[in-house]
Design a protein around this ligand. Structure first.
Ligand SMILES: Nc1nc2c(ncn2[C@@H]2O[C@H](COP(=O)(O)OP(=O)(O)OP(=O)(O)O)[C@@H](O)[C@H]2O)c(=O)[nH]1
Ligand SMILES: [Mg+2]
Length: 318
């Protein structure tokens, strides 16, 4: 049996070590990544991917930890993927996430993984979605994803999750810009966490007013994640929303959109790599210099060179 077969079989059999190893290969786009992903593709189950986004410190990890416990209590296998925007050099916040979620990380049935995406040069959405597919094929019933708020990370939660919860704090009223900065567009459910703060009902009403009226507007809920209050209702609301989306066709539409974005990201990434390598190629450089010397505009030169880059890409199989 080849190494790839062994790893894939391990993942499908629920072996956590094989799973961790496969995720590392996929994350690093290792040589076997394509073969592994192709083998796992036959085993996809399309289970819910629930995203959590919101300002730093709003309580995303605490909520995810509680929801993980709740779902596990209901007999579900849960995976958590924390996409951390913190520096990949220190890994501080990644560790922070691990520490705070420690109560569930040691419990069978909840698998936690952090991914550092900062510093990755492109195609990040594709890496994340590939890891999510691995988790789906591995048999988890629900996958919870944490990302930092809009604009603070390379990965927009809407590009990777089926249903999105935006987690804010009662003091968000003081920073309307934060809400305006894209948060109002991305959520299916809004959570005012830290509802042990007296301003939480005001903030929830304000959010409801800002989200407007109409059948399809997002729900606003309040939670005290540290005490687990409101978390069960939140978990049920998110799963119900997922079921509704699925039966109404919205889920398929979202996933199709995400897949197209993923493929586009991969194509761009391949082009970036090809152009970078090609531009240090002696023949390429002298051809460009020759054309420029002949008086062609750089835009015309780039068009002329595109064909040779494409040919070269086919030959070297980037
Ligand atoms: N008072 C109060 N504190 C809370 C509540 N939920 C979380 N916290 C605290 O808020 C702090 C941040 O919580 P996290 O869950 O790490 O928040 P986060 O959104 O994941 O933070 P980042 O990943 O750094 O963006 C921690 O000290 C939590 O204990 C709550 O409901 N009430
Ligand atoms: Mg966190």
């Amino acid at each position: 049996m080849s190494g790839v077969d062994q790893l894939v079989d391990g993942v499908l059999a629920g072996d956590t070590r094989s799973l961790a190893r496969v995720i590392s290969i996929v994350e690093a786009r290792g040589g076997d990544a394509e073969a592994i992903l192709s083998r796992l593709a036959k085993h996809l189950r399309g289970r819910p991917v629930i995203g959590f986004s919101g300002p730093p410190g709003s309580g995303k990890s605490t909520i995810i930890g509680r929801i993980g416990e709740y779902l596990k209590g209901n007999g579900l296998k849960v995976a958590v993927l924390a996409i951390d925007p913190s520096s990949p050099f220190t890994g501080g916040a990644v560790l922070g996430d691990r520490v705070r979620m420690v109560s569930i990380s040691s419990t069978p049935g909840v698998f936690i993984r952090s991914m550092a995406t900062r510093g990755a040069r492109g195609g990040v959405v594709a890496y994340v979605r590939a890891v999510l597919r691995v988790l789906d094929a591995a048999g988890f019933d629900v996958i919870l994803v944490e990302t930092a708020g809009a604009g603070q990370t390379d990965v927009s939660i809407n590009d990777v999750a089926d249903v999105v919860a935006v987690v804010v704090t009662p003091d968000i009223g003081d920073s309307i810009q934060a809400i305006k900065a894209g948060l109002l567009e991305i959520g299916d459910v809004y959570v005012v966490n830290k509802a042990d703060d007296s301003r939480s009902s005001y903030t929830a009403s304000m959010l409801e007013a800002m989200l407007g009226r109409g059948g399809d507007r997002p729900v606003v809920l309040r939670t005290v994640a540290t005490r687990g209050e409101g978390v069960d209702v939140l978990a049920e609301t998110l799963l119900r929303k997922w079921e509704q989306l699925k039966s109404g066709g919205g889920l398929q539409a979202r996933r199709r959109r995400q897949t197209i974005a993923e493929v586009a990201a991969l194509i761009m990434e391949d082009f970036r790599v090809a152009v970078e390598r090609f531009s240090t190629d002696e023949e390429f450089v002298s051809e460009v210099e020759r054309l420029i010397a002949e008086g062609f505009d750089p835009k015309v030169v780039s068009r002329k060179m595109m064909d040779s880059i494409l040919e070269w890409m086919k030959k070297v199989k980037i």
